[in-house]
Ligand binder design. Structure first.
Ligand code: HEC
Ligand code: HEC
Length: 315
């Protein structure tokens, strides 16, 4: 018996050693994907479209600006500095957003347009490593990627060195064995006409504004496991009331059941009502009536899903 235990111990040690070595090797795995043929434009209408996406529906500003005053600047129609450094403290480690200004040393000045486009469309850094899965914009059209990059290129360069990402052991294991970059989905379109249709509303909700990222249930590593937009994602923060994303499908158990188009748009004009809500209400509040109308139309086309009593937003 003692002998068996001893051998078991040795086997476990060898296995652990193997996993440790594999984990550290797999931290810097590189991936390959094409570089999208995107190049920044100096056309003022394209830059204006990019500005609108970055500060509005695409809510890049919500993560890539670290200023305490970003919401008030946005509400005043001004541009918070997109110099990054916002810190996410997660069970997997501490992660910082990058500097999106054109500074050559600390920002995206060192990246080419196709390199930036590949980061967003394929989740692969210029050096081939995986981009942390914070940005599900893979299906953004060529036109919108061009607009976003054109706007970023026009920003004032700000020197702001971002700390390295800090993975803990669990983070390293997840990075090594559970995450892989993903590219565009089957629904990917290269061009789309902005209008109030449900088709465009789907593009806004699922690609640009990413409502589904929070309003569809996901597992611990981010895979979608719930019915689209039926809510149920739980946000827990120590010392704060837990938030649950509400159901937005056209069912009587939905939060927005019975909301007219005007009420829906009006809710976005009110901005954040629950102080610690994760929803980027201020950026979304910059969406036009037409954009919100398109989202409203899209939500109306979803499969109605009945949800239980958890659908109270705050509990
Ligand atoms: C939910 C938070 C979040 C949102 C929203 C977000 N980002 Fe990011 N972004 C990050 C994080 C975190 C990183 C760092 C990823 C890494 O280190 O792998 C990052 C990295 C980047 C990079 C890589 C820069 C570099 O120097 O390596 C680019 C480019 C970028 N984001 C552009 C955008 C654009 C454009 C938008 C809006 C369309 C956007 N991001 C929205 C969190 C976000
Ligand atoms: C980062 C996570 C996140 C994203 C992205 C997000 N939401 Fe939410 N949403 C929440 C949370 C959490 C709540 C509950 C707290 C609150 O009301 O702010 C909520 C609440 C709501 C409500 C109910 C508000 C009320 O007062 O009853 C609506 C409507 C809504 N979201 C629509 C949307 C739409 C449409 C989008 C995309 C344009 C979106 N959400 C994107 C997290 C998110």
């Amino acid at each position: 018996m003692k002998k068996i235990l001893k051998w078991l111990g040795v086997i476990i040690l060898v296995l652990l050693g193997g996993v440790t070595i594999a984990t550290s090797f797999r931290q810097h795995i590189t991936y390959d994907a094409p570089f999208p043929e995107i190049s920044a434009s100096t056309d003022s209408a394209i830059i204006a479209r990019g500005r609108h996406i970055v500060l509005g529906p695409g809510h890049c500003v919500d993560c890539h600006s670290n200023g305490a005053d970003k919401d008030s600047l946005l509400r005043a129609g001004l541009e918070p500095e997109l110099s990054g450094g916002y810190k996410f403290e997660l069970p997997f480690g501490n992660f910082y957003t990058k500097n999106l200004t054109p500074d050559k040393e600390t920002g995206i000045g060192k990246l080419t347009d196709p390199e930036i486009a590949r980061i967003i469309r394929y989740g692969i850094h210029a050096n081939g490593e995986m981009v942390l899965p914070f940005m599900p914009f893979q299906d953004m059209t060529d036109d919108d990627l061009t607009a976003v990059i054109s706007y970023l290129r026009k920003l004032k360069p700000v020197k702001n060195k971002i700390p390295e990402q800090e993975y803990n052991l669990m983070g390293k294991l997840i990075r090594a064995f559970m995450l892989k970059p993903s590219g565009p989905s089957e629904a990917f379109l290269n061009h789309i006409k902005p209008d109030t249709s449900a088709v465009y509303g789907r593009y806004l909700s699922m690609v640009v504004a990413n409502c589904n990222e929070c309003h569809t249930k996901r597992d611990g590593v981010g895979n979608y496991i719930g019915e689209p937009m039926a809510g149920g994602m739980i946000f827990e923060e120590p010392g704060k009331p837990t938030l649950v994303t509400p159901n937005l499908t056209p069912d009587s158990s939905s939060r927005i059941f019975g909301w007219s188009r005007e009420m829906f748009i009006g809710r976005f004009r009110m901005g954040k009502l629950i102080e610690h809500s994760h929803m980027p209400w201020t950026a979304y509040g910059r969406m036009t009536d037409d954009e919100l109308s398109a989202i409203y139309n899209f939500l109306g086309t979803l499969k109605p899903v009945k949800t239980g009593m958890v659908d109270i937003g705050e509990d």
